[in-house]
Design a protein around this ligand. Structure first.
Ligand code: SF4
Length: 106
């Protein structure tokens, strides 16, 4: 099946693409913002985060902060509070103390 597009359809699509691309990039920039400025952390907190190998973006989707029993979500955004760490952590983050959240039914 061959689909032919008119020049008008092509130009309409070409006009919309930059807008979609900028919206997509904007979303990527916002989601890559750290939840906590490392410069604002105390020396002890920096040490603890390093000791627990905390990362803002975990590649292991099933072991992210959002699924951890120590995580408390905030009302907005992808940042929340961890019972073990001071300051904000990312919902997509993780550390070596991750424990399955048994508070919620799945
Ligand atoms: S204990 Fe680790 S995995 Fe769990 S919420 Fe805190 S930082 Fe995230």
């Amino acid at each position: 099946m061959k689909t032919l597009y008119t020049r008008r359809q092509f130009l309409q699509c070409a006009a919309v693409m930059p807008l979609l691309a900028s919206l997509l990039l904007q979303g990527c920039k916002e989601s890559s913002q750290p939840c906590m400025d490392p410069e604002l952390l105390s020396t002890g907190e920096k040490h603890l985060r390093k000791q627990l190998a905390y990362v803002e973006l975990s590649e292991e989707l099933s072991r992210q902060c959002g699924l951890c029993q120590f995580y408390h979500a905030s009302k907005s955004g992808d940042c929340g509070e961890c019972e073990l760490l001071d300051g904000s952590v990312s919902r997509q983050g993780s550390c070596t103390s991750w424990a399955a959240d048994t508070r919620r039914e799945r």
